[in-house]
Design a protein around this ligand. Structure first.
Ligand code: GLN
Length: 309
C-alpha cells in the first residue's frame, strides 16, 4: 500500500465524512441518559492526530460531544499511575462478552468486575483513585491529564449531562452497592457514583479527543504521560474490552485498539502512527457508535493501519 501522506489522509477523511453524511441508517441515540437523547443523530465528525499534534479533520470534528466511557481510558491511566499493579486486585483484564452495564457477571465473580471498561470495572477504578481524596480533586486531576494530553485547556465537564446521568443512575448504583457488599468499594456509593458520572460528562470534540489520545500511540514526538510498557497494556485492554460485547467485532473489522462511549464517540489508536477520534451519536445494538465503527473500518482499509499488517 502507498504510504499515507497528509494530502492522501485529508482526501480519505473527506471521503469518509461524505459517505457518512448520506448514510440512511444511523443507529439509535442513547436515551437512558436524558441529556444524550437530545443530540441530533445527523452529525458525524472524524479527526486523525499525528504524534506531533498535526490534526486532520472532516465533518463535525469541532463540535464537542459527551465522551462518556472513553473517559475510562484516561481514568485507568491515572489509576495505574497511582496504584500500579495493586489495581488488578480489584478489577480483572478479561473481555466480558456481556453488555457494558451488566449485573449478571458481577455476582458470579464475587464483586470483582471483569475489566476496567465495563461500568462496574470503571466504577471500581474511579473508587480506587478516589480513596483518600475529594471528588473535586480527582475530577481536577482527570481534567489536567486530558488537557495536558491534548495540549488544550478548553476541555470541560458538562454539568447538565452529569446531573442527567446522576438522576437515572439506578443500574450503576446497583453495581456499586453490589461491589460494596463484596468488599470491593472503599468510598460511599454516592461519592464514587457522583465522581463517575462527572468523569463520563467530560466533553471533547473529535479534534480534541484525537489529540488527547496521542500518548497512547507510543510514537516518538507524542506526549509521554505514562510509560511505554503501560501504554502497550492499556492498548491491549482497549483491543480486548473497549467495545464491550462488540469488542471482537471491532477488532475483526478495524484491527485497532479502541474505546467507545454512549455519546457516540470512539477513540482508536494506530500504534506508532496516529490517534483517531470519530463521533456519530447513533448507536448499534451493543451501544457502540454505528457510523463511527464503520468509519474507522473504512479508514483502516484505506490506510493499511491495522495492527495486524
Ligand atoms: N456514563 C455511561 C454509563 O455509565 C457510560 C456508558 C458508556 O459510555 N458505554 O452508563
Amino acid at each position: 500500500m502507498e504510504a499515507v501522506n497528509q494530502t492522501l489522509l485529508r482526501e480519505i477523511l473527506e471521503q469518509i465524512a461524505h459517505e457518512m453524511s448520506a448514510a440512511p441508517d444511523r443507529g439509535t441515540v442513547a436515551t437512558y441518559i436524558p441529556e444524550l437523547a437530545k443530540v441530533d443523530p445527523a452529525q458525524f465528525g472524524i479527526a486523525v492526530s499525528l504524534p506531533d499534534g498535526t490534526t486532520l479533520t472532516a465533518g463535525d470534528a469541532a463540535t464537542p460531544f459527551s465522551v462518556q466511557s472513553i473517559s475510562k481510558v484516561f481514568m485507568l491511566a491515572i489509576a495505574l499511575g497511582r496504584l500500579g499493579d495493586q489495581l488488578w486486585h480489584r478489577v480483572g483484564r478479561e473481555p466480558s462478552g456481556l453488555a457494558f452495564n451488566s449485573i449478571l457477571q458481577l455476582e458470579r465473580e464475587k464483586g470483582i468486575p471483569r475489566n476496567p471498561f465495563v461500568n462496574a470495572g470503571a466504577i471500581a477504578v474511579t473508587d480506587a483513585v478516589l480513596a483518600g481524596h475529594q471528588p473535586r480533586d480527582v475530577l481536577g486531576e482527570l481534567l489536567r491529564f486530558v488537557r495536558m494530553a491534548a495540549e488544550d485547556d478548553d476541555i470541560h465537564i458538562n454539568k447538565a449531562v452529569a446531573a442527567s446521568e446522576q438522576a437515572t443512575a439506578h443500574r450503576n448504583i446497583a453495581l456499586a452497592e453490589f461491589m460494596a457488599a463484596e468488599g470491593n468499594l472503599r468510598n460511599a456509593v454516592a461519592l464514587t457514583i457522583g465522581t463517575y458520572v462527572h468523569q463520563c460528562a467530560v466533553e471533547m470534540s473529535c479534534a480534541q479527543l484525537a489529540r488527547a489520545g496521542r500518548f497512547l500511540t507510543n510514537a516518538p514526538g507524542a506526549p509521554r504521560l505514562v510509560s511505554a510498557a503501560r501504554v502497550r497494556r492499556i492498548n491491549a485492554l482497549m483491543m480486548m474490552c473497549g467495545h464491550y460485547d462488540g469488542s471482537g467485532e471491532f477488532a475483526y473489522r478495524a484491527g485497532l485498539p479502541g474505546k467507545s462511549g454512549v455519546g457516540g464517540g470512539i477513540l482508536a489508536i494506530a500504534p506508532g502512527r496516529a490517534s483517531i477520534a470519530v463521533w456519530s451519536p447513533g448507536l448499534n445494538e451493543r451501544g457502540n457508535s454505528k457510523l463511527g465503527s464503520a468509519a474507522i473500518e473504512m479508514l483502516v482499509r484505506k490506510t493499511g493501519w491495522s495492527v495486524f499488517g
